[in-house]
Design a protein. Structure first.
Lengths: 256, 261
């Protein structure tokens, strides 16, 4: 990629946020919406600085990130295993597939009452909910990816006398890499949304709690400050995963 | 001894509950070192026959023997080049060829040496580290040929290997195939719908007809025909085979070969 292309791509990517920011400033300055509902960008920035200076924002962010890390790791590992199993074995798929698809239809928050009864309202609840939120898209995509391995390539493995291990590592897994990453990215986005939802409902710490608190005090500047942090972290996580995928997928020759 | 013996083979598929006879009473023997080409329109069971020889599929009746042994499954004694190159997209040219040696019993130094030898044979040493997506169709197919040969199989099977290439690349690769196969002394079975290609490469031609797939004619090609594609011998064999496939050429209609053939 030439430098000119890179620069023009970066400009294109940043144009929309700048436009939104301009609109936001304009609306706040002209007073088209009351201050309590849409504080000016400057106010939000000041709140952001204040909460960083006090360390409250870092604390809340670390708590939410830790919950996401635990729940996502558990959901992703379980999802990879289960997705691979039902993707590779039609028999296991017949056995577990329909039940999984049925349970996957249940909205996440509907699990909450049941889980509260089972595990209480502590840390475990949050991690389990985030785990489920991650698990579902990971299983769906991984199973699909494993099922969709081109039969023509499996046949190549058969002709070359590949043992099951070579078949898995040389043919099935590499072919499934794009689907696996789609699942992980969806799972991560879900995990991130879920941590906020459970913290808003049932927590006394974390970014979601900070938002709920700001809303109760009619401190919309705080709510918006958290929204900005959420956006930045979500973007960074997604970008990290995309980079990892490109490393694993470097054989996919992309247009420069 | 015969490298390949097919005796009385039937293979019928069932599509939507209806039987589709793909092969009916196929018998064919190929001598060690012989180059045989099968020509026939699409759907006459050519690929099905190759799959039976590879051991990817079983006949309903009859028997396929390679080197005197009945075929029970795939083996490194048989290499195959498909119409699509079927390289693993996540491996380089070099590692694609090396993948064929996973079960060869060679140590890693021998493998490296063998891979280099066969990439050189197909003229792709400079592209050893390239991904399949970076290769042209002709180059990818050459890597596939190297992969099929790297185990030094006694039998090379080719299922319309040049069918997807442009005309110029195809002509060039036909010449290379001739050189490579004769160089190794491999027994080869080529499936093609290109009659020129078949006459140019093969010692013997097998003509198949569809519905159900069966062998209608077998003819030996005069070695003189191979030397020049515009020679009278070459054209005579070609037109004769085209006639068997239901394509009448002007020369045949005019009776030009009546006495010679
Ligand atoms: N796995 C299969 N299931 C059902 N029908 C098949 C299968 N493989 C081949 N056939 C049928 O058998 C016939 C011969 O196919 P094929 O061997 O691919 O012909 P060719 O290679 O000569 O074009 C065709 O009618 C095809 O539809
Ligand atoms: Mg075919």
């Amino acid at each position: 990629m030439t430098i000119r292309r890179a620069v023009s791509r970066a400009i294109a990517g940043i144009a929309m946020p700048l436009l939104l920011l301009a609109a936001w400033s304009l609306i706040a300055r002209e007073g088209w919406l009351p201050d309590q509902i849409l504080p000016a960008p400057g106010v939000v920035l000041a709140t952001l600085k204040e909460f960083i200076a006090s360390g409250d924002l870092q604390d809340a962010t670390l708590i939410s990130l830790e919950r996401v890390a635990k729940g996502f790791a558990a959901g992703a590992v379980a999802g990879l295993g289960f997705g691979a199993a039902i993707g590779l074995s039609p028999r296991l798929n017949r056995l577990f597939g329909p039940t999984f698809l049925g349970l996957a239809q249940v909205p996440l928050l509907a699990w909450m009452p049941v889980l509260i009864l089972l595990v209480g309202i502590d840390e475990g609840l949050k991690v389990i909910l985030i785990g489920i939120a991650t698990f579902i898209p990971v299983v769906l995509n991984v199973a699909q990816g494993f099922r969709d391995v081109p039969p023509a390539l499996r046949e190549v493995g058969a002709v070359l006398l590949f043992d099951p291990w070579s078949m898995l590592t040389q043919i099935v897994l590499p072919a499934a890499v794009p689907s696996i990453f789609t699942g992980l990215r969806e799972g991560l986005a879900n995990a991130w949304q879920t941590v906020i939802a459970v913290e808003v409902f049932a927590s006394s710490e974390g970014l979601g709690y900070l938002m709920a608190w700001g809303r109760q005090l009619f401190q919309l500047d705080l709510v918006l400050a958290v929204v900005v942090v959420l956006g930045v972290i979500g973007f960074a996580l997604n970008w990290g995963l995309a980079r990892l995928e490109r490393r694993l997928d470097r054989w996919q020759v992309r247009p420069a | 001894m015969f490298a390949l013996e097919i005796t009385g083979v039937d293979r019928t598929f069932h599509v939507a509950g209806k039987p589709v006879p793909a092969l009916r009473d196929i018998s064919l023997s190929i001598r060690e070192g012989e180059f045989v080409a099968i020509v026939g329109g699409s759907g006459c069971g050519k690929s099905t026959l190759l799959r039976l020889i590879l051991g990817l599929d079983r006949p309903d009746r009859g028997e396929v023997r390679v080197g005197g042994q009945p075929v029970r499954g795939p083996g490194l004694d048989r290499g195959i080049v498909f119409q699509e190159h079927r390289l693993l997209p996540w491996l380089t040219a070099e590692t694609n060829v090396a993948a064929a040696l996973r079960r060869s019993g060679l140590d890693s130094a021998q493998r490296r040496q063998r891979v280099a030898e066969y990439l050189d044979l197909v003229g792709l040493t400079a592209f050893a580290k390239a991904w399949p997506a970076q290769l042209s169709g002709g180059m990818a197919q050459r890597v596939a040929i190297a992969r099929a040969l790297v185990n030094r199989p006694r039998f090379l099977l080719l299922d319309e290997p040049l069918g997807a290439l442009d005309a110029l690349t195809r002509l060039r690769l036909q010449a290379e195939l001739a050189r490579i196969v004769r160089h190794g002394g491999t027994t080869a079975l080529l499936v093609t719908h290109d009659v020129d290609e078949a006459v140019f490469l093969a010692d013997r031609l097998v003509v198949m007809q569809p519905h159900p797939g069966r062998i209608s004619d077998v003819l030996t090609v005069d070695p003189a025909a191979r030397r020049d594609r515009s020679s009278a011998v070459f054209l005579r064999v070609r037109d004769k085979v085209l006639g068997m496939l239901g394509v009448e050429t002007e020369a045949v209609r005019a009776g030009a070969y009546e006495t010679a053939a």
